[in-house]
Design a protein around this ligand. Structure first.
Ligand SMILES: [Zn+2]
Length: 300
């Protein structure tokens, strides 16, 4: 168990995607492509989410009744502890409540709920086409979190993590952390094209780990205003190890070592295992947005 008994999570927060690429019609597809080009070239970013949503709704390739966007349904804490889809929805709602309170408090910035899409196979995003191989990601142009739930199996099989619910929740919280970075201006301030141990790419990733830690550290005391029940049960040492183990498993040095047998710091984009665990822990142990500001930190 990680979600507290008695918890209830409304449906409609997480969109089920993943069939766009195959179904967008010619004329409509052309419009979407044109918008994407404008979008990636620095056009009006605010319009893209709507444009993509419209494309899906007018999709002619699906059976009647399935042309509408579909969302993860209402579900309970019990289900959040057994179903990945419900867990994603519940985690996002816990993150919404947490950042909705903390972001205005600590940064004077209103929290805008990021669209969240759960997809399988492939999907089309404001950042281009994505497949399961991409892993979960945040797309700054459409400010949307994309999660392929099968990644959580890969976390074990491919990255050697022990897995577990808090490990999955950490991954979702990390992606929403990128959205928080977007809202506070860190994402735009960073030069995200580079790599290397001191690069802004690494800094943005370590900050997202720290922000995920902030959420995890509070989720057991954060009360869902809809139900009056805390989101998560108190996090046990074993559960915490799952999250830390996942953070370590996706460290650049660990991934490079597994893939090539050696470590090349100049290729780092996410930080080492040690750094990822440490920044998560900084947030988890009561860190603030300022403590998590890896973008301007002198030492990483
Ligand atoms: Zn990231």
């Amino acid at each position: 168990m990680t979600f507290t008994e008695g918890g209830q999570f409304e449906g409609g927060r997480v969109r089920k995607g993943g069939r766009r690429g195959a179904v967008v019609g010619g004329g409509l597809g052309a419009i979407v492509v044109a918008l994407l080009v404008v979008f990636l070239g620095g056009g009006d970013l605010g319009q893209l989410t709507g444009a993509l949503g419209g494309a899906v709704q007018q999709d002619a390739g699906l059976p009647a009744g399935e042309g509408q966007e579909q969302y993860v349904d209402d579900c309970t804490a019990q289900e959040a502890n057994t179903s990945r889809e419900c867990r994603l929805s519940a985690t996002v709602q816990s993150l919404d409540a947490y950042w909705g309170r903390v972001l205005p408090e600590q940064a004077g910035v209103e929290y805008e709920l990021p669209p969240v899409e759960s997809f399988s196979g492939s999907t089309t995003t404001g950042c281009g086409a994505a497949s399961s191989a991409t892993g979960p990601f945040y797309c700054p142009p459409d400010r949307t979190v994309y999660v392929d739930l099968s990644f959580f199996d890969q976390l074990g099989s491919q990255f050697g993590a022990q897995g577990g619910p808090l490990a999955e929740e950490y991954v979702v919280a990390h992606e929403v952390g990128h959205h928080v970075e977007q809202l506070v201006g860190a994402m735009d301030a960073a030069d995200r094209g580079g790599s290397g141990p001191e690069s802004d790419s690494v800094r943005i990733e370590l900050m997202a780990d720290c922000l995920a830690g902030m959420w995890a550290g509070s989720a057991a005391t954060e009360v869902d205003p809809d139900t009056g029940v805390t989101f998560l049960e108190p996090i046990t040492p074993a559960r915490l190890r799952e999250a830390l183990d996942a953070a370590a498993a996706v460290g650049d040095d660990r991934i490079q070592q597994r893939a090539t047998g050696q470590v090349s710091p100049e290729g780092f984009t996410h930080g080492t295992s040690e750094q990822r665990v440490r920044w998560f822990t900084t947030g988890y142990e009561g860190g603030t947005l300022d403590d998590c500001d890896a973008l301007s930190a002198r030492t990483l």
